[in-house]
Write a protein that binds this ligand. Structure first.
Ligand SMILES: *[C@@H]1O[C@H](CO)[C@@H](O)[C@H](O)[C@H]1NC(C)=O
Ligand SMILES: *[C@@H]1O[C@H](CO)[C@@H](O)[C@H](O)[C@H]1NC(C)=O
Ligand SMILES: *[C@@H]1O[C@H](CO)[C@@H](O)[C@H](O)[C@H]1NC(C)=O
Ligand SMILES: *[C@@H]1O[C@H](CO)[C@@H](O)[C@H](O)[C@H]1NC(C)=O
Ligand SMILES: *[C@@H]1O[C@H](CO)[C@@H](O)[C@H](O)[C@H]1NC(C)=O
Ligand SMILES: *[C@@H]1O[C@H](CO)[C@@H](O)[C@H](O)[C@H]1NC(C)=O
Ligand SMILES: *[C@@H]1O[C@H](CO)[C@@H](O)[C@H](O)[C@H]1NC(C)=O
Length: 425
């Protein structure tokens, strides 16, 4: 098992590999074609998050929730016929509840609706995807070995603190493009905000090893080694793009503190439509001290500042999509400023839209109605990710309704939209 995992890591993260404009996966005889906009210049992403499979396998309630969660995914995919690509944005599995011998198998249940429709997906991993009985490395290994023609999840940063799901994917402007014939029209960045507990690591020996209070906690922010990789790789990508800025979107499970600051300034139900029930949000570095302790004495250690600065200064980055806070579903525009920091927004003149999605799984806290955020990017709308870039996004609910449909354009934050009702299941 470990040899296989190590092998995959070396394959995907050794120097001399083929990125920046990496072509399809080569894990099997067949190629995974790169992502592209369709013939009409449209690219549709469907985001599922906080799926929380695998709760309470020992009673009837738990497995029944997983059946319902598969139902939500089917319902959303059926209501949105032209989806090109799926993102599983963290907390796929509730690791605290799973059994060490079969904990990654829940992946197969949640991806079945995606595979049945011959779609591909990419994952970020969340804080519940690492626990005493569940390893995010093992989820990754399972994805790429079991679903080589459907999973686009990669791992491009091999530093031991990096977490796993740090990578990017190019999206080409036309279906007939290859990595050698076209420049990407869009880059999708995926970051691992880590969290949870380390696999099979405990401060105790003997029977107390399985006591949650003896498990070793993993930091819950995007590691600085990943930030460095992001900035270097982005420079390399942009330097190979004939002087054009390639626009981008980012996905990370745990939101950044800037979302907290936007929330504190006030989320307007008409101008940033969405449920705003988790207030204050839980963000990266919550409960940590700046010196690395997390013994309950500090509220927030500011460890996501390097990541926030990097996001704010990335030219062409239009929006960041997070999950984690099941009771928050809005998008708000961040101007890139960080309290107490004089730098921050440098290259990004547009500001960055920070969006939550919709709690998808029937596991996990809260009875907010389930669903998934949808994103429509067009070649014309996204342009080079400048001030006038625009994209459409909305939430498809499990009851078939659409809420929170907005255009993230130059006037987002001023335009008036219908209020999203706070529906419960
Ligand atoms: C994992 O094992 C447990 C305990 O035997 C069982 O209850 C559960 O259904 C299994 N889960 C999967 C996904 O096979
Ligand atoms: C982890 O998995 C083992 C083996 O299935 C099981 O006995 C145990 O209850 C699980 N949970 C914890 C917290 O150790
Ligand atoms: C699935 O998608 C791939 C890539 O788009 C395509 O080559 C293949 O023919 C499709 N398979 C089916 C059964 O539709
Ligand atoms: C396990 O934890 C209990 C309660 O804290 C303690 O009384 C006991 O000594 C511990 N056992 C071992 C083997 O550490
Ligand atoms: C778990 O460990 C904590 C702290 O060591 C202890 O207070 C608690 O009693 C333990 N619980 C069990 C069930 O052993
Ligand atoms: C984090 O957000 C809180 C709430 O808005 C704010 O008071 C604090 O200054 C922020 N810190 C950073 C580093 O962003
Ligand atoms: C942005 O989109 C909204 C909703 O479609 C629209 O009312 C507004 O005029 C648009 N703003 C710009 C600058 O295009």
């Amino acid at each position: 098992m470990f040899a296989i995992i190590l092998g995959v890591f070396l394959l995907l993260s050794s120097p001399g590999q083929q990125y920046p404009f990496l072509p399809g996966s080569k894990h099997s005889n067949q190629e995974l074609a790169p992502l592209s906009f369709n013939q009409n210049g449209r690219f549709r992403i469907s985001i599922f998050e906080d799926l929380h499979f695998g709760e309470n396998a020992w009673d009837t309630w738990g497995p029944a929730q997983d059946v319902k969660s598969v139902g939500v995914i089917n319902q959303v995919l059926d209501s949105e016929p032209d989806i090109d690509f799926v993102v599983l944005n963290g907390d796929l599995i509730t690791g605290e509840n799973t059994f060490v011998e079969n904990s990654t198998l829940y992946l197969d249940q949640m991806v079945a609706p995606i595979v049945e429709r011959n779609l591909t997906w990419s994952s970020t991993y969340g804080n519940h995807d690492s626990s005493f009985n569940l390893s995010r490395n093992h989820i990754f290994d399972h994805e790429v070995s079991q679903w080589p023609l459907h999973s686009r999840t990669r791992s491009m940063v091999s530093h031991p603190n990096a977490g796993v799901s740090n990578y990017y994917l190019p999206v080409y402007p036309r279906p007939d493009c290859t990595a050698t014939t076209c420049l990407p029209a869009l880059i999708l960045w995926f970051f691992d905000s880590r969290g949870g507990h380390f696999f099979q690591q405990s401060t105790a020996t003997g029977p107390n090893r399985t006591n949650v209070s003896t498990w070793i906690t993993q930091a819950d922010w995007v590691d600085e080694n990943v930030v460095t990789w992001f900035q270097e790789t982005n420079s390399e990508i942009q330097s190979q793009s004939d002087g054009k800025v390639i626009p981008s979107l980012a996905f990370v499970h745990i939101p950044i503190n800037a979302s907290h600051t936007l929330q504190e300034k006030g989320i307007n139900a008409h101008k940033q439509p969405g449920v705003n029930e988790d207030n204050p949000i839980g963000g990266q570095g919550l409960g940590w001290c700046a010196d690395g302790r997390n013994d309950g004495t500090c509220a927030y250690g500011e460890q996501d500042v390097p990541f926030m600065k990097a996001l704010a200064s990335t030219q062409g980055l239009v929006a960041v999509f997070s999950g984690h806070d099941h009771g928050d579903t809005w998008c708000a525009r961040w101007d890139g400023t960080i309290p107490s920091e004089t730098t921050g927004r440098k290259g990004n003149k547009r500001g960055l839209d920070l969006c939550f999605g919709q709690h998808t799984g029937h596991g996990g806290y809260g009875n907010f109605i389930r669903g998934g955020r949808q994103v429509l990017v067009t070649l014309d709308g996204i342009g080079s990710g400048g001030k006038d870039a625009e994209l459409d996004t909305w939430i498809r609910l499990e009851n078939g309704n659409v809420v929170g449909a907005v255009t993230l354009n130059n006037t987002y934050g001023h335009d008036v939209y219908p209020v999203t009702p706070d529906e419960r299941t």
